[in-house]
Ligand binder design. Sequence first.
Ligand SMILES: [Ca+2]
Length: 339
Amino acid sequence: MLFKKMLKKLISIYIFLILSLSQNIASATSLEFNEWVKSFKKQAVKSGVSKQVADEVMSNAVFLPSVIKYDRFQPEFYEDTHTYIKKRTNKNKVKKGLALYKKEKIIIDKIEKEFLIEKELLLALMGIETNFGKYLGKMDIVSSLSTLSFDKRRSEFFTKELIILLKLVDKKIIDKKILFGSWAGAFGNFQFMPRTIQNYAIDYNKNTTIELKKTEDSFASAANYLNKIGWNKNTPCFKKINLNINIPNKYLNSSAGNIKNKKKVKYFKKYIKNYNNLKIDKNLVAAIITPDIDIIPGANTYTPAYLVFANYEKVLNWNRSLRFALAVCTLKDNFKNEI
Ligand SMILES: [Ca+2]
């Protein structure tokens, strides 16, 4: 009995210690964070943001522990490519996209013509990024960008993004009342980071603000972005292939950072089992990707494999993930069969 009582007491002391320790850590973090906000505001004003906007926007910034958790664990890296693509390009997605297209046909067709970007690609990107505006993110992005700037891991990158965002608010290009988006600070129907907004977003309906949660401005901004980075309308993105095991390892790309060893398709002929069935110009320049190699333990090295072309790399430019670009181009093709 006595032992049980002592054990109970010890456990409660232990819980008390753990709780007070984590509270101490939390209050230390919030103190440090407040100090960081002060020095960040100085930095922002120095780089051209008005003091009024820096004070106003940063007055509600808080440290968000959940953002750090998301930053350390990104589930898409643990899914195999087949599952990843299937989840994101199913019939339901196509149906939703078609409904949106039907509703906004006039404006989307106009943007397609003006920027030379297929409507199917625009719909695919919006479908994958936010499920057609359904998941725009509810995170206060000033706080999420602040948290990631305060955090050491990628501080420099996110500090720059946050300063750009303040500048956009300062110039009244973006309305500060609607700054809700993803945990990493991406915003609107197509999940633009502040730098992307600054470089590529446009006020298509000319009402002085860029509204990336509305069809006109968001579609035109996405189309403008793709056009500027060099998407080439009506040329292929990728083709699925079956590899022979005689292919040298150096031709297998598994990192989205740098696609290497590009050759004309015909150069790869002896390594591709379904070469003769590939309905593409064999003089096109391509690379081979095998996205599961580094990610899935024990993955068969040669499947799945894809030939990827210049357009594929433009989608990587949008988001550096091999399977993201595969999913976008797959959904684009699914739309092509329906529109
Ligand atoms: Ca506008």
